[in-house]
Design a protein around this ligand. Sequence first.
Ligand code: OFO
Length: 172
Amino acid sequence: MLTKNMEKALNGQIRLEAESSQVYLSMASWAEVKGLEGISLFMYGHSDEERMHMLKLIKYVNERGGHAHISDLKAPDKDFGSFQKMFQELYEHEIFVSKSINELVHVSLEEKDYATHNFLQWYVAEQIEEEALARNILDKINLIGNDKGGLYLFDRDVQQITAGNADSNTTE
Ligand code: OFO
């Protein structure tokens, strides 16, 4: 059984995962209308992943005798300026999510809720991968600079970049 404090904290994370999904959905749509097909597919995929993170939390809260709340969400930006700025924003957003997960782990220890502590380890590991992925993409973007050919290749290949193979060369 979840304590009230733990339930409240997990519900906060449910909202954050839902908002993350919306942010990446908005990025996907922006990239799509800019003709950045590959980047847009990457963002649609990322948005789906965040929804999966949210669903996993919802199921967990309900399974442990709590009640997962579905709340209204903050509308994400519609315009992201440039693809470089957009990926920078993605990186910063993931750092923000990691801080929130760390805070949740902290609450689970305070509440002596070791089942939730154990459950959260999946998110801790996921955030390490997501931050590494975002950093790797930013490195590649810095290499491209303003080179249009580089952007073309990056857009073509970015869909294949996942957390597992973030180190592979995507602009060959
Ligand atoms: Fe990209 O973060 Fe969810 O957890």
